[in-house]
Design a protein around this ligand. Structure first.
Ligand SMILES: [Zn+2]
Ligand SMILES: [Zn+2]
Ligand SMILES: [Zn+2]
Length: 186
């Protein structure tokens, strides 16, 4: 496979990495994040990768076609019907309009709750924010009160960014806007 080169400086591109919100990007291998100055050093070329919608086992409750998992540019996740497509000519969405927003996910953590000693879970909100909370916490729908342990720790983006030796994951470049690329060129 041919190695992809940075269009700015010609150096090879680094490995594909993932942001905290699950979007994929590839930066220039000559670029790195300086933790002390909190600035990007070297080449600042970043290529955003299109995340392919993932086909799910689940079927659309409206029409029975498979659902796909889609991620918006802000990292919000939704399930939508695979028959739903954008018609560029009519500028209208066609097909089934079923959409189900995903309200958040929990993953078990190998960490103990500082309050009660039970395991913590990592909760990711629909907006892509993350917090650690106690696995014993819950919500009593009848009494409308929180149950179990109330320990919650919100994470900063820098806390949950994937760690690798390049250390560049704290740097999340802004989304490329159409036409903005030319403004940074001489
Ligand atoms: Zn470069
Ligand atoms: Zn459908
Ligand atoms: Zn607890």
């Amino acid at each position: 496979m041919e190695e992809e080169k940075c269009p700015k400086c010609g150096a090879p591109l680094a490995e594909i990495s993932e942001t905290a919100t699950g979007r994929k990007l590839q930066r220039c291998s000559k670029g790195s994040w300086n933790k002390e100055t909190r600035q990007n050093e070297g080449c600042d070329y970043v290529k955003w990768l299109v995340v392919e919608p993932q086909t799910l086992e689940e079927k659309c409750p409206k029409c029975g076609a498979p659902l796909v998992l889609a991620v918006t540019r802000f990292g919000k996740k939704m399930k939508k019907c695979s028959t739903n497509v954008w018609n560029a000519e009519t500028k209208k969405a066609e097909g089934c309009d079923y959409i189900e927003w995903i309200n958040g996910t929990t993953e078990p953590l190998d960490e103990d709750c500082p309050k009660c000693g039970k395991k913590l879970v990592l909760f990711t909100t629909a907006a892509g924010k993350k917090m650690k909370k106690c696995s014993t916490s819950g919500w009593d729908k009848e009494k409308r009160v929180a149950t179990g342990c109330t320990y919650v720790q919100w994470l900063k983006a820098s806390d949950y960014a994937p760690k690798d030796e390049s250390g560049g994951e704290e740097f999340l470049p802004p989304d490329p806007e159409p036409g903005s690329e030319s403004t940074s060129e001489p």
